[in-house]
Design a protein around this ligand. Structure first.
Ligand code: GRF
Length: 206
């Protein structure tokens, strides 16, 4: 895939299965983001070499990179290398939109500051409830009747940036962490592409 000089690159960061990444790639194809917004998924970067999503990305002809966080002495060193890897896909007048899709690393304030306004994340809870890990079990334990997912801008504080999209699903009697996670994940595949599409449309209007 070749970027045109004016194109808006999208770089997706993953750590695992990459189903959100795949949903975004499919939406970009189906909705012709290249024609509509001059945007394309330029690269998928993983901090894990065995992340399942890498295979899908390669099959789609998308550039992939692995940056193993364990190979870096500190979080700052890793984030600097990550920023450099992302920047390789910047266009001269269009820095990449960075999409965290199941990327299981907390980013340093330096990385976040460098990408302010163009750094998105999806979190599997109805923020501001249940920041952090084990969101589905915590929602079940709290007796929540509804759960969901949130797409948000990333700010220096964990899971606290401006909310862009949310999905809501019922918590059903007998739900386990796994059944609730699966119900929420299916909705993530709708709201994440939608949030990105809206972000691209807003950029196009500037
Ligand atoms: C998603 O539930 C996402 O919200 C969370 O991790 C999961 C990643 O799934 N942060 P996938 O790798 O996109 O399939």
């Amino acid at each position: 895939m070749q970027n045109t000089p004016q194109s808006q690159p999208i770089v997706i960061l993953i750590s695992g299965g990459g189903s959100n990444m795949a949903a975004i790639v499919r939406a970009a194809q189906k909705e012709a983001w290249a024609t509509q917004f001059g945007a394309q998924v330029a690269a998928v970067i993983s901090n894990k070499a065995d992340a399942g999503g890498l295979r899908f990305a390669r099959e789609q002809g998308i550039a992939t990179e692995v940056l193993d966080h364990k190979a870096y002495a500190s979080r700052t060193d890793f984030d600097q290398a990550l920023a450099a890897a992302v920047a390789r896909f910047d266009q001269p007048d269009r820095p990449a939109l960075v999409v965290l899709a199941g990327f299981m690393r907390i980013l340093t304030p330096g990385f976040v500051a460098q990408h302010t306004g163009r750094l998105l994340n999806i979190h599997p809870s109805l923020l501001p409830a249940f920041t952090g890990l084990h969101t589905h079990q915590r929602a079940i334990d709290a007796g929540c009747k509804y759960a969901g997912a949130t797409v948000h801008q990333v700010s220096a504080e964990l899971d606290a940036g401006a909310i862009l999209e949310q999905s809501v699903v019922p918590v059903l009697p007998g739900d386990t962490e796994q059944t609730l996670a699966a119900r929420v994940l299916a909705t993530e595949h709708t709201i994440y592409p939608r949030a990105i599409r809206n972000w691209l449309a807003a950029q196009a209007r500037v």
